[in-house]
Design a protein around this ligand. Structure first.
Ligand SMILES: O=C(O)CNC(=O)[C@H](CS)NC(=O)CCC(=O)C(=O)O
Length: 284
């Protein structure tokens, strides 16, 4: 357990933003330098985007490049977490014996380099917009089957989700019911849907669940077919955006203080969870 957690109810969190390509080694280099920089800034926890290991340039690459959690990408990441004494949440493609298709996973790593939870994306993205994005994630990703219980971290109990999951408030609401103080949505949002929905969705989840939302995202052109919206940010339980990365493609971090006393204040001043009509809606 990190010292900051025992020392009080405040900690520093950073969200990362960069543009992954199909070069796992280049993406790894970027992640490792952001971990070092985040630790230097005093972050207790750093949140990386979805698919930080790679964004494939074609369909066959998606399965070819995927590694198990014990693979070289994750080994270097967990080693760096330990060396820099920092917690991490990072999105990767997770190869398992279950299928040739990888899972789209959000991996939580503690400051001794141990993997403490692995969430596999429940809702797979499907979109078909004329002249806009056309993606069917289920063609190349295996869907997850479980909600992971929130884990105690330096920023309080953290619930894990991924990207498109943000459109399904029942996941956020369930994580809050399970005790979450924060929810992480590592993302690769499309430019079109991001411009219209990103801030509203992330802020809505923070406001309605009264939790911190860590929305780390990729930005820019990954290849000639795909580009992403960026706007990595942290939202507090009141809905205020307290950190946001600049809108250029240089790898960067944005840092904010997380304060669980403030979270309790918001929850006590506006006790929406006491107004739930569980007699009418038998599941929240
Ligand atoms: O393909 C990879 O390797 C990484 N994964 C993604 O980019 C995923 C699935 S295609 N993207 C999203 O879920 C975007 C959701 C979104 O943009 C929205 O909900 O509007």
């Amino acid at each position: 357990m990190s010292v900051s957690q025992s020392a009080g109810r405040r900690a520093f969190a950073s969200v990362a933003q960069f543009c992954a390509t199909d070069s796992v080694s280049s993406n790894l280099k970027i992640c490792l330098s952001l971990i070092t920089e985040g630790a230097k800034r005093g972050s207790n926890m750093i949140f990386f985007p979805e698919a930080s290991d790679y964004i494939a340039s074609n369909k066959t690459q998606i399965a070819e490049l995927a590694e198990p959690l014990s693979g070289s990408f994750m080994s270097a990441i967990t080693k760096s977490a330990k060396e820099n004494k920092v917690w991490l949440s990072i999105g990767i493609h997770e190869k398992t014996p279950d299928s040739p298709k990888p899972y789209n996973s959000n991996v939580l790593i503690d400051d001794s380099g141990e993997i403490v939870s692995v969430y596999r994306k429940l809702h797979l993205f499907k979109v078909s917009i004329e002249n806009g994005p056309q993606l069917s994630e289920n063609h190349h990703i295996l869907e997850g089957l479980k909600i992971c219980p929130p884990v105690q971290t330096p920023v309080g109990k953290l619930g894990l989700a991924i990207c498109y999951d943000v459109r399904f408030p029942e996941l956020a609401s369930t994580l809050r019911d399970m005790g979450a103080h924060g929810i992480t949505y590592p993302s690769v949002f499309t430019e079109k849907t991001g411009a219209a929905h990103w801030d509203v969705l992330m802020r809505a989840r923070a406001i309605e669940t009264q939790t911190y939302v860590y929305a780390s995202a990729q930005i820019g052109n990954h290849n000639h077919k795909r580009s992403s919206y960026g706007n990595s940010m942290i939202v507090d339980p009141w809905g205020t955006v307290i950190a946001r990365c600049p809108l250029d493609t240089n790898p960067c971090l944005s840092t904010a203080e997380i304060n669980l006393d403030y979270l309790e204040l918001v929850r006590s001043q506006l006790p929406v969870y006491n107004s739930k009509r569980l007699d009418i809606f038998n599941s929240s």
